[in-house]
Design a protein around this ligand. Structure first.
Ligand SMILES: Cc1ncc(COP(=O)(O)O)c(C=O)c1O
Length: 467
């Protein structure tokens, strides 16, 4: 008999419990173990830890572990005997269909209204190909070598100018670190915080769920801070750092008001807390110029994160951090430790697009497309859902349709999914799933000609849930 090693059960990434929406910890543990048994990573005859040990290793109550074991025994996956370790039973090793969250296993929806994705068909392929070809031809040999972990100086110099001009960011190229998307930027900052014994990181509640996982995944405490029409509510904020999206709060679409900006900076000055500004989609404001970056008001207190994920394409994985002087060295060292540096030729290509004005021209074109789609979407929502309102300013790539308190937005997301429509549930972005209810409806991928049909289909799918 083989014993499942403690390492196997201690391996957080392998055994971490990630309950799906509405799923209990017990159900999640049961599913995780059943999947491992069926996929063959827990083979017949393997001894599992006692329910007490498993519970301690996973940080759940003993009842959760013993109930999951009992259920798996009833289903024939485990053999349980008193005073003996549970043993994996012989079952046909069939790969379970991948979890519903696994993109590859999900058929393409009829109407893709994912809130976080841009229209990648707008990507300026020819311009990019030309810029990349020029970079390959003309870049000095040094550009093919290891180099400064902060990235290409050519790109950092262009970004310093461009971010100053378009976002009011104040920095020298030295303070910029080119990263693999804003996601890696946040990862670096969280690691640097952890290295200085920071323990607690706050986020807006609701906010991007992946950021919650990143914070918890690095062993930091996650704290949620509520959001209203003026953005993050600063009162009561207690943390070593806070992640905010001031220009366009994700996912509600609120803009951080002037008073709240002052309050947040005062908070940072008082307690030394770091502000991490996620400026993920400020390029897409449709009714006026976007509000300027918070970083420009106090560059010593704010780490600014930007990305090309919405403006060009998520798969480029090009983003940037603008960091206070004191954080340049530790963050550059962490970037080097993780992956040396981001691919240089692509950085040079992007620098050329910016320098030639093509980047801004592309953004202007995309902005016009998204603006039309948004206007149509807001109009169609008003016609089909007359009792509900759209929250947030005219910006970004999605709108939030507010639902009455207690509405089952997860259920609506599911019903929409079954009808071939992809939308997200607002409560999926809240920390404890107890916040406001709403549907997040993206128009990045929804062609303007399809908007009416998509909203009509959405209404048909979710109307029964609305009552
Ligand atoms: C709120 C928010 N922040 C940041 C990002 C950017 O992530 P990345 O640049 O790593 O693709 C996204 C992308 O979906 C986002 O929705």
């Amino acid at each position: 008999m083989t014993r499942a090693t403690d390492e196997q059960f201690d391996e957080a990434s392998f055994w971490s419990l990630e309950p799906g929406p509405g799923e209990s910890l017990r159900a999640c543990l049961e599913r995780t173990l059943r999947q491992a048994i069926r996929e063959g990573s827990l083979r017949a005859g393997v001894e599992l830890p006692s329910s007490r040990r498993l519970a301690a290793q996973l940080g759940v109550s003993r009842g959760v572990a013993s109930d999951a074991y009992a259920e798996l025994e009833a289903q024939g996956y485990l053999l349980l005997a008193t005073r003996r370790a549970p043993v994996v039973a012989q079952v046909p090793s069939v790969r379970e269909p991948a979890a519903a969250t696994h993109a590859a296993a999900v058929p393409s929806p009829r109407f893709d209204m994912t809130p976080t994705t841009p229209d990648v068909t707008l990507f300026p392929r020819r311009r990019w190909a030309a810029a990349l070809a020029a970079a390959v031809r003309e870049a000095p040999d040094d550009a093919l070598d290891y180099g400064d972990s902060r990235g290409s100086l050519l790109l950092r110099a262009r970004l310093a100018d461009e971010l100053g001009r378009t976002r009011g960011v104040i920095c020298e190229p030295d303070q910029i670190i080119v990263v693999q998307g804003a996601t890696q930027g946040l990862d670096l900052v969280l690691r640097a915080l952890r290295d200085t014994n920071a323990a607690r990181v706050a986020v807006e509640d609701p906010s991007l769920d992946r950021q919650h996982k990143q914070i918890r995944g690095l062993g930091l405490e996650l704290a949620g801070q509520p959001v209203d029409r003026d953005g993050l509510i600063v009162g009561g904020l207690e943390a070593d750092a806070v992640v905010v999206s001031p220009a366009h709060q994700f996912p509600t679409g609120a803009v951080l008001s002037g008073a709240r900006r002052r309050e947040l900076l005062a908070w940072s000055r008082d307690c030394g807390g770091l502000i991490i500004e996620d400026d993920y989609d400020a390029e897409f404001r449709y009714d006026r110029e976007p509000v300027r970056a918070l970083q420009g008001l106090d560059p010593d207190r704010v780490v600014y994160a930007g990305t090309t994920a919405k403006t060009l394409a998520p798969s480029l994985r090009i983003g940037w951090l603008v960091v206070p002087e004191r954080l340049v060295e530790p963050l550059a060292a962490l970037k080097e430790l993780l992956d040396d540096l981001s691919p240089t030729l692509e950085q040079i290509a992007l620098a050329q697009l910016i320098e030639g004005g093509h980047y801004q021209r592309h953004i202007r074109r995309a902005r016009a497309v998204y603006r039309t789609r948004r206007d149509r979407l807001v109009g169609a929502l008003a016609r089909h859902f007359p009792g509900l309102s759209v929250f947030g300013v005219a910006a970004g790539l999605s709108v939030m349709l507010e639902l009455p308190a207690g509405a089952d937005d997860h259920g609506m997301k599911r019903a929409a999914g079954e009808a071939g429509i992809r939308v997200e549930a607002l409560s999926g972005y809240s920390i404890d799933d107890r916040g406001r209810r709403g549907l997040l409806i993206g128009y990045g991928r929804l062609h303007e000609a399809a908007v009416d049909a998509a909203v009509a289909a959405l209404h048909r799918a979710v109307a029964p849930e609305l009552g």
